[in-house]
Design a protein around this ligand. Sequence first.
Ligand code: SF4
Ligand code: SF4
Ligand code: SF4
Length: 313
Amino acid sequence: MGVTTALEWLGSCSGCEIAILNIGEELIPLITEALDIVHAPVLMDHKYFGQCGEGLTLTIPEAVVGIVTGGVSNHEHLEVLEEMRAKCQVLVALGTCATHGGIPALMNGQDREQSWQEIYQTTTTDPGATVPNIEVPAPLDRVYACDEKVKIDLQLPGCPPNPSHIAEVIVSLLEGRPPVLPGKSVCDSCPTRREGKGAVSSVKRFITNAEFTPGAPIEEMRCLLEQGYLCMGPVTAAGCAKRGAPSCISARVPCRGCFGPVRKDGNQLLDMMNALASNGIDYKSVVDRRSILRFSGAHGLLRPIHKRHSEEE
Ligand code: SF4
Ligand code: SF4
Ligand code: SF4
């Protein structure tokens, strides 16, 4: 009998679940011998209110390990998360949506009514559509990261997270030791050439390719931030590096911050302003500065503009 494990998804795209599958061959002994998966909506038909809907309360089986993905956007997400916390001895938040709000928390940047209109009435192909208000879970006032609502024992960000780090978390829990995970920033795992101060004083939009020699080793390309691009490597947690370089950098593309802030409880927006200033780049040249929070908009960081202004008055 393996260690009982429950998986759940809240406001998520299921990319984190694909990342679990992408552990590859190492996953086979884990799920056939080491783990006893008692609940996983992505894998098995286990109903919340009893198999025939006979239950009156939402029930998830007890488990030693719980893994939850996605942000907390509505009352159903919150109820499921609280049930996972109540039933799991160790609760892991997996993926940047769960740890920092991620993609669903982009909605925090505007009024909820404005979002509903855009989702159901502006971009719909049905011009007569209305915003549904029956038989759908009521939204929360904003999108939350899991640790804003319940105690989380272990956070593993990434959009999606690195499969080898997911495996390390699972194995470390089985072995009763802390996981060995990268603790530094994307820049710390980046081999690009750095010369000190940047080459330009305004941020360059990434609508033209960075300067590099096709076919030449990544070590010969100058740091993208020093080239003037908004590369969020200095303020983003490491974890995506494969084959010797961070994922996007190896494709000659600036880091967009998808592993969340490098500092615990950090604010990528403020930290990135400092990083730009240290490279001699005027932060005012970033057209939409709030886009820097595109993966970390929970924890009250991303708010509708008028709300932020009224609070500052
Ligand atoms: S962290 Fe990324 S991959 Fe995971 S659920 Fe969120 S959007 Fe999808
Ligand atoms: S800013 Fe970007 S390109 Fe420069 S070292 Fe950091 S991750 Fe690499
Ligand atoms: S380089 Fe940045 S945006 Fe790209 S995968 Fe890594 S953390 Fe995510």
